[in-house]
Design a protein around this ligand. Structure first.
Ligand code: SAM
Length: 216
C-alpha cells in the first residue's frame, strides 16, 4: 500500500473504514492500560478517527500520524477545532493544545519524536497494510517507541483467500511473533460478518475482530 493508494482513497472518499462513533473496544478496554491522565498516546495511521478526540478527553496528550493531509484537515474541521500548523522534519504538525496530528509517513517517525509516548492505539492501522509492510511496521513501531510503552491493538481475522485486503487478515500468531518479547493479552473477540455485506458477498463465513493489550 503505497502512499498514492491512500491519497486516492481519500480523494475519492472511499473511506469505509471511518467510524461515525468512538470505537467501542477502545472505550471498553483502554482503562486496562492504567495510564496516567497526562500520558502521551501515539495513534499511528489515524485517519480522521474520532478516537483521537476520545483519547484527548481522557486527559491524554495525543499524537496522531496520518499520510493524508485531506484526512487531517477533515478531522479538525469536523471537530470544530482550529489547529496551528508547523513543520517538524518530514512532518507537518497540526496541533490544538494537547492534541496533535502529524501529517506524513509513520515510517519517518524517530525515537526522539516518540520519546514521551507511554502507549499506542492501533485500530485499522496494522490491518491496513500488506504482509511485508506489516512486518516493517511492527519492527519500526518497536524501534521508535520507548521501552516501557504499552498498546491496544484491534485486528481482523478471516479467510484471506476469499477476498483481497485492505483490510487484511492478521492472525494471532502474527501478532505474537510481531510482538515477540512483549506480553500479549487477547482481551476480546467479536464475530462481525453479519455487519459486513462485502465480506458475506465474497463468501466469507466468519470475520473476527480481535483486541489485544500489549506491554513490554
Ligand atoms: C484503514 S485507515 C484507518 C484510519 C483510522 N485508524 C481509523 O480507525 O479510522 C488507514 C489510514 O492510514 C493512513 N496511512 C497509510 N499508510 C500510512 C503511513 N505510512 N503513514 C501514515 N499514515 C498512513 C491512510 O491514509 C489511512 O487514513
Amino acid at each position: 500500500m503505497e502512499p498514492s493508494f491512500w491519497h486516492q482513497r481519500w480523494a475519492a472518499q472511499q473511506i469505509g473504514f471511518h467510524q461515525a462513533e468512538v470505537n467501542a473496544y477502545l472505550r471498553r478496554h483502554w482503562p486496562r492500560l492504567g495510564l496516567a491522565g497526562g500520558s502521551q498516546v501515539l495513534v499511528p495511521l489515524c485517519g480522521k478517527s474520532l478516537d483521537l478526540l476520545w483519547l484527548a478527553e481522557q486527559g491524554h496528550r495525543v499524537l496522531g500520524v496520518e499520510l493524508s493531509r485531506e484526512a487531517v484537515a477533515a478531522f479538525f474541521e469536523a471537530s470544530k477545532l482550529t489547529p496551528g500548523v508547523e513543520k517538524r522534519g518530514a512532518f507537518e504538525v497540526w496541533r490544538v493544545e494537547q492534541l496533535q496530528v502529524w501529517c506524513g509517513d509513520a515510517f519517518d517517525l524517530t525515537p526522539v519524536d516518540l520519546a514521551g509516548c507511554a502507549a499506542f492505539y492501533d485500530r485499522a492501522g496494522l490491518i491496513a497494510l500488506p504482509p511485508a509492510m506489516r512486518q516493517r511496521y511492527l519492527a519500526h513501531l518497536q524501534r521508535v517507541l520507548p521501552q516501557a510503552a504499552q498498546g491496544l491493538l484491534i485486528t481482523l481475522e478471516y479467510d484471506q483467500a476469499l477476498i483481497a485486503g485492505p483490510p487484511f487478515c492478521v492472525l494471532e500468531h502474527e501478532v505474537r511473533e510481531g510482538f515477540a518479547g512483549w506480553q500479549v493479552d487477547a482481551l476480546e473477540q467479536c464475530e462481525i460478518v453479519q455487519e459486513s455485506p462485502r465480506f458475506v458477498a465474497a463468501g466469507v463465513g466468519t470475520l473476527l475482530e480481535r483486541v489485544y493489550r500489549l506491554a513490554r
